[in-house]
Design a protein around this ligand. Structure first.
Ligand SMILES: Cc1cc2nc3c(=O)[nH]c(=O)nc-3n(C[C@H](O)[C@H](O)[C@H](O)COP(=O)(O)O)c2cc1C
Length: 195
């Protein structure tokens, strides 16, 4: 049985499970990696409490272990906790409200020629590891790159296009109603795109 008495393979579609069962941070714990993946949602509201240093360290450790093409590990992470710096960072993102609300943000720096694929893997690892530790998170696009480079003092030749807002859930933490996913039939092709 998964947490909260929901059996693996239960007939309730994940979209219809109460939020508590979709995210281990709120009710119960995630029982398997598979469940964790299906239950992960972007959460934009956070408890008004700092992230425990040990939880943050473990999230960063999960990020560090992300695999990358040719094992380049061509990345670094800027941990933003200073509230004023957080507001400046939020100002780099038109949809950056979660940053202002969060106690921690991890800004993902692509060093040199990092593949977007690699940094995406790291972002997902961060979000899944955070969820396993009872944290909630939201990816944020730093659309205003010029400003982001300036605010984060990114040296030339590097990019920082994404940040992850992190925090413990508050009682009002809920995933946005919009969400859900396209059905498999809409996104899967067999052997070539035409079929
Ligand atoms: C690459 C990427 C960039 C995103 N940027 C933002 C953002 O700037 N602001 C925000 O509130 N959510 C952002 N999100 C979160 C998505 O809006 C969210 O994952 C999507 O709506 C699905 O919601 P769900 O994960 O809760 O089902 C981003 C997600 C991804 C993958």
């Amino acid at each position: 049985m998964a947490s909260g008495g929901i059996a693996h393979g239960a007939s309730l579609p994940i979209d219809r499970l109460p939020f508590g069962f979709r995210n281990g941070g709120i009710v119960g714990t995630m029982s398997t990696t598979y469940d964790s993946i299906l239950r992960l949602r972007a959460i934009r509201k956070y408890a008004d409490s700092p992230v425990e240093p040990e939880d943050l360290r473990r999230v960063l450790e999960a990020a560090r272990w992300t695999g990358s093409a040719k094992n380049r590990q061509d990345w670094s992470i800027i941990v933003v906790e200073d509230p004023e710096q957080m507001d400046r960072l939020a100002g780099c993102a038109p949809f950056g409200g979660p940053l202002s609300a969060a106690p921690v943000a991890l800004a993902l720096v692509q060093e040199g020629s990092t593949y977007g694929f690699d940094i995406g893997r790291m972002a997902q690892n961060i979000m899944l590891a955070a969820a396993a530790l009872g944290l909630v998170s939201c990816p944020i696009t730093l659309h205003n790159q010029e400003k982001a480079v300036d605010v984060l003092e990114i040296p030339e030749g590097r990019r920082c296009r994404y940040a992850i807002a992190l925090g413990y859930p508050s009682p009002s933490s809920r995933p946005a109603k919009a969400g859900g996913r396209k059905p498999l039939e809409e996104i899967i092709h067999r052997n070539s795109y035409g079929r």
